[in-house]
Design a protein around this ligand. Structure first.
Ligand code: 5GP
Length: 212
């Protein structure tokens, strides 16, 4: 008989938040690239696309009317306004991935994270922060993809993101990228190993039962 590992009846939702400039994308992307069981949730947004962004990969770029229609139709798992634009997580893709036993990673801000927590209490919320406010501002400017006005608006949002820390389960301080990636990898591994998420009975029956 084959000795299989315990099965997880449903996938895990990982919510990762962090101010723009926290480097959350640099932390999450290598993990997702290396782990086919971890699927990125592509959000919808009304913000204009940045250079290099592809519709359906980074975001679904939609207009306000389309976005509001989707919210009205109940198609968004959560949604929020950030720096003047609307952002939301399409519910269908998340459901589908979870049903296939895949884990889903949502990169969203705290207002949305709170909504996810309310409807999916088993979701794991991770906050990624830069080591200091000064470092954040440097990184935003170095990135060079945003106008000065957009940078100011993003910095204003930083305070509210910091204040939302009690909502989260884990903190990763991104002062060293490799270490931050390793920490998030460990968090994901630990959550996957949680016994209460596993179908332990089937595992015991199959691997340790009398009928072998
Ligand atoms: P950006 O415009 O820099 O890509 O994202 C701005 C902020 O919106 C980031 O904090 C990002 O995590 C957040 N965000 C991206 N997609 C979503 C979403 O679907 N819902 C919510 N609530 N926030 C999102």
């Amino acid at each position: 008989m084959q000795h299989r590992l315990p099965h997880r009846p449903t996938g895990i939702v990982f919510v990762v938040s962090g101010p723009s400039g926290s480097g959350k994308g640099s932390v999450t992307h290598p993990l997702m690239a290396a782990d086919p069981r971890l699927e990125f949730s592509v959000s919808a947004t009304t913000r204009p696309s940045r250079e290099g962004e592809v519709h359906g990969r980074e975001y679904f770029f939609v207009d306000r009317a389309e976005f509001e229609q989707a919210v009205k139709a109940g198609q968004m798992l959560e949604h929020a306004q950030y720096a003047g634009n609307l952002y939301g997580t399409p519910r269908g893709a998340v459901r589908e991935a979870l049903d296939q036993g895949k884990d889903v990673l949502l990169e969203i801000e705290p207002v949305g994270a709170r909504q996810v927590r309310a409807v999916m209490p088993a979701a794991v919320l991770v906050l990624i922060l830069p080591p200091s406010a000064a470092e954040l501002s440097d990184r935003l400017r170095r990135r060079g993809t945003d106008s000065e006005e957009a940078i100011q608006r993003r910095q204003a949002a930083y305070a509210s993101e910091l204040a939302s820390w009690p909502l989260y389960d884990y903190l990763v301080v991104n002062d060293d990228l490799d270490r931050a990636i390793e920490e998030l990898r460990a968090i994901i591994a630990a959550e996957r190993a949680r016994l209460r998420r596993l179908d332990m009975q089937t595992f015991l029956d199959r691997n340790y039962g009398d009928d072998e």
